[in-house]
Design a binder for this molecule. Structure first.
Ligand code: C2E
Ligand code: CA
Ligand code: CA
Length: 407
């Protein structure tokens, strides 16, 4: 692990940390002694404590980005071990999600206490309630996240998650090409919890990595069962959503390729759905990872296309197979000329670059017709089918009549 190894020396009298400044590291005192001072608004400073070997200073700055709350000055020559915010974040990421969130709660509470102490000290009056409320509100959010994250972990370990499958339809033939797997969580007391709520919490807590592994494995197994039930092999695919957290795992490719191979499906039957944003966040890592998945035969789809970044050069850079046009453009298409032209351009772009195009969130026959007329090959949305449990998808496909969409 980087960062922790670097040592810094300070001489007696040196200012090590300055109140009000933004810091990005903490120090463990190995040798020497420091004093901690608070600068008051009247300009006077007050020593509040001293610290010696084996203690830590500046720790708040590596947990959040708030300014230093005190000044630290060496009173003897000091030898320090530096911990950077980056190093701390790395360590935190691999720790238990509850520990991650609790550390945030403790920090919020600590900052809150300092704010109160400061206000009381300076005004000698009771602080206005909204100042105190603000911190409590943000704290209860964190507590709620900890609760949900804990419960999600439990759900993951106790088979309480499910996948629903939404058909992706060939607009010319009216047949089903494959499905997108979407995660569903029915909480024993709270009932249905939307992925819009639990996915971001799972991402923040790092639990998404386990959840994605499960989703891929389950999607493969489900597609195999569907093939058996329908008596048709190697005709359908399943598209699984991944997040940026999955990509930084060193065994991502190995796991993804391994899971696909073990399922007995052909690699082309697995599509990895990722957002533009993810690609932009970690381009080099993503390129190599995606290339290895592509070399193994899997498809790469860009989800919510059009909502991320405007640079199109990445379409050449990454080994992409499919663009999924975000549903907001489809929704706006009929009444807004510019959205319609944008959709038309994306379709043209896809055709010119040899990419597949899927329109997301198609709700009406009119939208489907317009898309087909514009040359869009495939679509997904409530007009064709909602995301459904495995058994319902099998029933639907057994009686599926090609949807007729005029050209
Ligand atoms: P997404 O990947 O863009 O998925 C499409 C969302 O649009 C799904 O919402 C789907 O139910 C909904 N949808 C499909 N057709 C229509 C339509 O015609 N009209 C409207 N209004 N909506 C439609 P859902 O299932 O609530 O999922 C929300 C988001 O949560 C997903 O957006 C995805 O970002 C995330 N998510 C869901 N499952 C997973 C998962 O297994 N892994 C990860 N990483 N993210 C997931
Ligand atoms: Ca998706
Ligand atoms: Ca999408």
């Amino acid at each position: 692990m980087s960062g922790l190894q670097s040592r810094r020396m300070f001489q007696a009298g040196d200012i090590i940390l300055k109140q009000g400044e933004k810091g990005d590291c903490a120090y463990i005192i190995e040798e020497g002694q420091v004093e901690i001072l608070i600068q008051r608004s009247d300009g006077k400073s007050q020593v509040i404590s001293t610290r010696g070997p084996g203690t830590i200073i500046g720790e708040m700055a590596i947990v959040d980005e708030g300014p230093r709350v005190a000044t630290v000055r060496a009173i003897k020559d000091c030898k320090m071990l530096e911990i950077t915010r980056e190093d701390f974040a790395q360590r935190l990421k691999t720790s238990d999600p509850v520990i991650q969130m609790i550390s945030q709660v403790i920090l919020t509470r600590f900052r809150d206490t300092l704010t109160r102490a400061e206000i009381l000290h300076e005004s000698a009056t009771v602080p206005p309630p909204e100042i105190l409320e603000r911190n409590y509100a943000s704290q209860s959010d964190v507590v709620e996240s900890v609760t949900i994250s804990n419960e999600f972990k439990h759900a993951l370990e106790n088979d309480q998650l499910e996948l629903h499958y939404q058909p992706i339809v060939d607009l010319a033939a009216g047949t089903v090409l494959g499905f997108e797997a979407l995660m569903r969580w029915t909480h024993p007391e709270k009932g249905f919890i939307s992925p819009g709520i639990f996915i971001p919490i799972a991402e923040k807590s790092g639990l998404i990595v386990e959840a994605s592994k499960w989703a891929l494995k389950e999607s493969c197994a489900a597609l195999k069962r569907m093939e058996n039930a329908l008596g048709q092999a190697e005709q359908l695919y399943v598209s699984v959503n991944f997040s940026s957290h999955d990509f930084v795992e060193s065994d991502f490719v190995e796991n993804t390729v391994g899971t696909t191979a073990a399922s007995g499906l052909k690699p082309w039957q697995i599509k990895l759905e990722i957002t533009e944003r993810l690609l932009m966040q970690q381009p080099d890592n993503a390129k190599e990872t995606l290339q290895r998945c592509r070399d193994a035969g899997m498809g790469i789809s860009i989800d919510d296309f059009g909502t991320g970044y405007s640079s199109l050069s990445y379409l050449y850079y990454f080994p992409i197979e499919t663009l999924k046009i975000d549903q907001s453009f489809i929704r706006a298409m009929e009444r807004d000329n510019r959205s319609r032209e944008l959709v038309r351009s994306i379709i043209g772009l896809g055709q010119n670059m040899g990419l597949n195009i899927i329109a997301e969130g198609v709700e009406t026959r009119e939208e489907a017709t317009l898309l087909r007329q514009m040359g869009c090959e495939a679509a997904q949305g409530y007009h064709f089918a909602k995301p459904l449990p495995e058994q319902k998808v099998i029933e639907l496909l057994k009686t599926w009549q090609p949807v007729k969409i005029s050209a």
